[in-house]
Design a protein around this ligand. Structure first.
Ligand SMILES: Cc1cc2nc3c(=O)[nH]c(=O)nc-3n(C[C@H](O)[C@H](O)[C@H](O)COP(=O)(O)O)c2cc1C
Length: 210
């Protein structure tokens, strides 16, 4: 990882943009490990850590991601050095939330009304519809994907989150456990250009409520 440099958090945030053109240089196993190390340190509700990741680097497989069937012909995906398939384990999310609540109660880490509130929350999550459980688990997965996107900047890598994909096709292609849901794909690679991209964003006035 010779191209790793320490980058301030705000530099990583401002330096990140969606990269959709990559060089031929592969993304190494060490670089993928570094991304996953960042992902696993993300916060999650009740420390449930419902994220599960599968990295695809095989060229033929990457070609498949670029097809009409899989990504509505986002052809640039074939150029990525890796595609990280970012999944949510919804039943794991419920199970590990319950386990955390139990642990907090048993060890008196949280007491009184706050502990009752946590148990109410876990109870609600446990009996919620599968779609609601997925939404909550996916929120946590999204945070960890953001951690990878920022760590990638430090590694000299570019990323693009891809939300337009055929979940069923990808699960079949990669033999992903039917209990997992795919939250997003993270395309990763060495950026083909080092151009500085302006962020097109709402102003603070538009997002800060008065
Ligand atoms: C949930 C989500 C889904 C996205 N899906 C796609 C996608 O399918 N294809 C794509 O090219 N970009 C996708 N993007 C990238 C956005 O278009 C991009 O983040 C946004 O336009 C802001 O640009 P920036 O990332 O360069 O700052 C997605 C981003 C997010 C967060």
């Amino acid at each position: 990882m010779s191209n790793t440099e320490h980058v301030g958090v705000m530099d990583a945030i401002t330096g990140r943009h969606s990269v959709r053109a990559f060089t031929e240089e592969p993304v190494s196993t060490e670089q993928l490990d570094a991304l996953f190390q960042a992902a696993r340190l993300a916060p999650s509700s009740l420390n449930s850590q419902p994220w599960r990741y599968k990295a695809v680097v095989d060229k033929d497989m990457l070609q498949l991601f670029a097809t009409k069937d899989v990504s509505r012909t986002q052809t640039w995906l074939a150029q990525a050095g890796a595609i990280i398939v970012c999944c949510a384990d919804t039943s794991g999310y419920v199970r590990d939330s319950q386990a955390s609540a139990f642990y907090y109660r048993e060890n008196d880490l949280i007491t009184g009304d706050s502990m009752d509130g946590i148990e109410d929350y876990v109870e609600r999550e446990s009996s919620a519809a599968a779609s609601a459980q997925f939404g909550a688990a996916a929120m946590n997965v999204g945070i960890s994907i953001s951690f990878m996107m920022l760590r990638a900047i430090e590694l000299g890598l570019g990323t693009c989150w891809v939300g337009m994909f055929n979940e069923q096709k990808i699960k079949e292609m990669l033999n992903i456990d039917s209990g997992l849901r795919i939250v997003g794909l993270l395309a990763v690679g060495h950026p083909a250009s080092d151009e500085v991209v302006e962020h097109n964003r709402k102003s603070l006035d538009e997002i800060i409520l008065s």
